[in-house]
Write a protein that binds this ligand. Structure first.
Ligand code: UD1
Length: 366
């Protein structure tokens, strides 16, 4: 009998983490791998087109939970995933990734049903408990059977919290596997030309954190800063639905969308987005994954946050935390070619999925 493995996919950043693992496990003859999509992200450009880009099949189970409060998302995913496990298919092993609400929800369901659970991207900590993701990370790591980390700082965080060393396995950063899997397509995509951008001479913007986009005062200041920045370098801003809703509700949409040098676009799928990133002069973001991708690609990343759960992107990579007030001076540094060059962290090598596959094999077969 083949062992059944479930991979949980919920929101956009999860898809790039499960894809390489799905493809690696799918080649093994000892297991059957099934994707459970919780439906937290559901717009075509937040989900289906990214699945297609990453050559993922239709999810084997779709929970269809949609948007809602944190309690709604967490609770509904627990109820719906428990039904799958009890009534349709009990897996021999569960992998949860990242730090979104279903990461914590599904690990709680499975662990109480005595199914071994692994957390891929374990141990990251921002130290900021006002971020919902930090709560999800703490909860998930506390109950998972095995903790797969991307970097030494994550190992250290887990050991400081008292996790036994044998539960922690450094496997590297699986996001880089997705990039390497699609590198040829990304390089052939030529997104900058499609948007009329000059290669090497534009910035990419993504912002969606509640702390940046939910409140009027902060969002207005950010809009003003982006407009000012666009007088120095052309910007392309892929607007997340949360951000679009907030810009519209706060009456800021017309102002930001009428700036010539600032191109607003819908969320862009993985391949075209990475095609924009590889040829950019700089990135302005509050995303977690983009801090890592820019470190891997040695592209200056200005992160509009007070903290990061990915400090290695600052100590070894090209990332820097900036504030609304310091954004312009940091853009000026990049434009004057005074940004620090980075190095690739150890095990960010495009081979993490292979290491994870061996780890699962050890749990289930060896
Ligand atoms: C979620 C994750 C965050 C991650 C982000 C990536 C949590 C706690 N947060 O935040 O860690 O960085 O995904 O995008 O899990 N919406 C749509 N269409 C969609 C999805 C969302 O219109 O396909 C809108 C809805 O109005 C929704 C809002 O965006 O209420 C926010 O979506 P939600 O999934 O709750 O949180 P994100 O901000 O996307």
């Amino acid at each position: 009998m083949k062992k059944i493995i479930h991979l949980i996919a919920a929101a956009r950043p999860n898809f790039m983490k499960i894809a390489p693992l799905y493809h690696a496990l799918n080649k093994e003859d000892w297991c059957t791998v099934h994707i459970i999509h919780t439906g937290q992200h559901y717009d075509a450009n937040m989900s289906d087109s990214i699945f297609a880009d990453l050559m993922l099949p239709q999810p084997h189970f779709h929970l269809g939970i949609g948007s809602g409060s944190h309690a709604y998302q967490t609770g509904t995913v627990m109820l719906e995933y428990e039904k799958i496990v009890l009534e349709k298919e009990r897996p021999d092993f569960l992998v949860v990734v990242g730090d979104v609400n279903p990461t914590a929800a599904c690990s709680m369901v499975a662990t109480k049903l005595h199914i071994p659970v692994a957390h891929l991207e374990a141990g990251l900590r921002s130290g900021d408990r006002r971020m919902p993701e930090e709560i999800n990370r703490l909860v998930t790591d506390a109950i998972c059977d095995t903790l797969w980390t991307p970097s030494p700082d994550a190992d250290e965080n887990l050991m400081n919290e008292g996790h036994p060393e044998q539960r922690i396995v450094r496997v590297g950063n699986i996001m880089m596997d997705s990039f390497e899997l699609l590198r040829d397509k990304i390089e052939a995509e030529k997104s900058p030309e499609k948007y009329g951008l000059e290669v090497g001479n534009y910035g990419v913007v993504t912002l969606h954190r509640p702390s940046n986009v939910d409140e009027f005062e902060t969002l207005k200041k950010l809009v003003d800063q982006l407009i000012q920045a666009s007088t120095k370098i052309q910007l392309i801003f892929a607007v997340h639905p949360r951000t679009r809703n907030s810009l519209q509700e706060h009456g800021l949409w017309d102002r930001i969308s009428s700036t010539d040098q600032l191109i607003l676009v819908e969320p862009v799928s993985y391949t075209p987005f990475m095609s924009l990133v590889i040829s950019a002069k700089l990135i302005i973001t509050d995303s977690g994954g983009i801090q890592e991708e820019t470190t891997y690609l040695n592209i200056p990343c200005l992160t509009l946050r007070e903290n990061t759960e990915r400090p290695i992107t600052i100590t070894e990579g090209t990332n820097k935390l900036v504030t609304i007030e310091s954004l312009q001076e940091n853009i000026d540094l990049v434009l004057a070619d005074k940004w620090r060059s980075g190095t690739k962290p150890d095990l960010w090598d495009g081979r993490t999925a292979g290491r994870v596959t061996q780890e699962i094999r050890k749990w289930l077969i060896d």
